[in-house]
Every structure is written in structure tokens, then in C-alpha cells.
Design a protein around this ligand. Structure first.
Ligand code: SF4
Length: 226
């Protein structure tokens, strides 16, 4: 006797389609293993994602394809935080894909972690048109979502990727040249700024200082009581 087709409701079908798209996008960028987080630890983050996946609180909702929430381990000790999604991120719904994402993966692995062990997010969750800088009102509206992600994950250390993320999290207007190479505190969490991977792809002279920043991040992690 043949198997009877199963009738799935529209919502279930949409959920399965979203999972399929997510897994395909992960595989497309070389991520073949998926860490299953504890359900209790994952719940607040999952609830937060559900609450903003259709967010229309600022004008960036008009042109986005996907809210790019973040990806990785909800129990992560390290968080990497960038500026905002680009075109590939908007298409896939995942942060740091494409060439800059591949470089970030290598940076993470260079200090002894796998990408799925850490958590990766951006300050802004929807792509600014033409990759323009986010406006102050967009930052003000969206930043609380990142603050709640950090609050739920409680990492040992944050690596701020690029000047925008570093300035936004630290509330400063100092240049990257004076921010990088130093250890800061963000709400009691160690924070180390370094260059954005996209900037490193454009300027190879920044790779040495970025490597020094990553080594500092690793030392901070090793010396932390976690
Ligand atoms: S950028 Fe942030 S605040 Fe604006 S629509 Fe997207 S999720 Fe909402």
C-alpha cells in the first residue's frame, strides 16, 4: 500500500520552506554542520527573532528582502558584530556571507574557533539601500534588538567589526586607528574593535593589525573566568 500524501497547513508549509531555504543558504556558503542549541537557552533569542522577522519600525523595511537577525551559537562565548546586511545577506537572511563572510570565517578559525561556536550579528538588521550608511534614527530604532541579543547570549567578549559597530557600541566618534588594539568594556563585557572583513579585503595593510586584534581577543577569552 502506497503512502498517503500528508496535508500540511499553509503556515507549516511556509515554516518548512523557510528552514529549507536557510539550510540551502548555509550549505551554499560551506557550512555543513549545524549546532543544535539547548531549547531553553535558544528560546529567548528565537522569540526575539519571531518578534522582529516582519519588523516595520523604520524605513529600511521598505526595500529589504529578509531581516538578517544573526546566526550561530546562542550560548556563545564570543560575539562578532558588524554594521548592516549587504546584498547577499539580504538575499539569504544570513549575516556575513560572500567574500567578507568567508574571510570572517577564516579569522574565527585562526583563533581556534569554528564559526558555529560563536554568534554573528549586525547592529542593523535590514539592508540600507545601496549599502549606504545607516541613519541615526535607524540606528536608534534597531539597536535595542542587538542589545537584547547580547543580553540573552551574555558572551565573554565581543569583537566589533568595523568603525560603525565599534562607535555605535562604545558611543564614541574616535577613529579606528585609535580604537583598535585596545580592550574596552561594553556593559561589563570585554569589547575589542577591529577592521571589518570587507575593509580587510580592500586594504591588505590592515591584515597585520587585525591579526593582532584577534590575538588580543583570544588572550582575553583565555584569561576570562568562563
Ligand atoms: S532595520 Fe531594524 S528597526 Fe528597521 S525595519 Fe529592520 S529590524 Fe526593524
Amino acid at each position: 500500500m502506497g503512502e498517503r500524501p500528508v496535508d500540511l497547513d499553509v503556515e507549516t508549509n511556509e515554516t518548512l520552506e523557510a528552514v529549507r531555504t536557510f539550510v540551502e543558504a548555509q550549505a551554499e556558503f560551506g557550512l555543513t554542520e549545524f549546532r543544535l542549541a539547548r531549547a531553553d537557552a535558544d528560546a529567548p533569542l528565537a522569540d526575539l527573532y519571531e518578534s522582529i522577522r516582519d519588523c516595520r519600525m523604520c524605513g529600511l523595511c521598505e526595500n529589504r528582502r529578509n531581516v538578517v537577525f544573526g546566526s550561530g551559537n546562542p550560548d556563545a562565548d564570543l560575539m562578532f558584530i558588524g554594521e548592516a546586511p549587504g546584498a547577499e545577506e539580504d538575499r539569504t537572511g544570513l549575516p556575513f556571507v560572500g567574500a567578507a563572510g568567508a574571510l570572517l570565517t577564516r579569522m574565527i578559525e585562526a583563533i581556534g574557533f569554528q564559526r558555529d561556536e560563536v554568534y554573528i550579528a549586525n547592529v542593523i538588521k535590514c539592508r540600507p539601500p545601496g549599502n549606504r550608511d545607516p541613519k541615526p534614527e535607524e540606528v536608534g530604532t534597531c539597536k535595542p534588538f542587538l542589545e537584547r541579543q547580547i543580553e540573552y547570549i551574555q558572551p565573554v567578549a565581543i569583537c566589533a567589526l568595523g568603525l560603525f559597530a565599534a562607535r555605535t557600541l562604545l558611543g564614541t566618534d574616535e577613529p579606528m586607528g585609535s580604537l583598535r588594539g585596545r580592550l574596552f568594556s561594553y556593559r561589563g563585557i570585554h569589547l575589542i574593535p577591529t577592521y571589518h572583513p570587507a575593509a580587510l579585503l580592500r586594504n591588505r595593510h590592515w591584515k597585520r593589525p587585525a591579526w593582532e586584534d584577534l590575538q588580543l581577543l583570544r588572550r582575553v577569552y583565555d584569561n576570562a573566568d568562563c
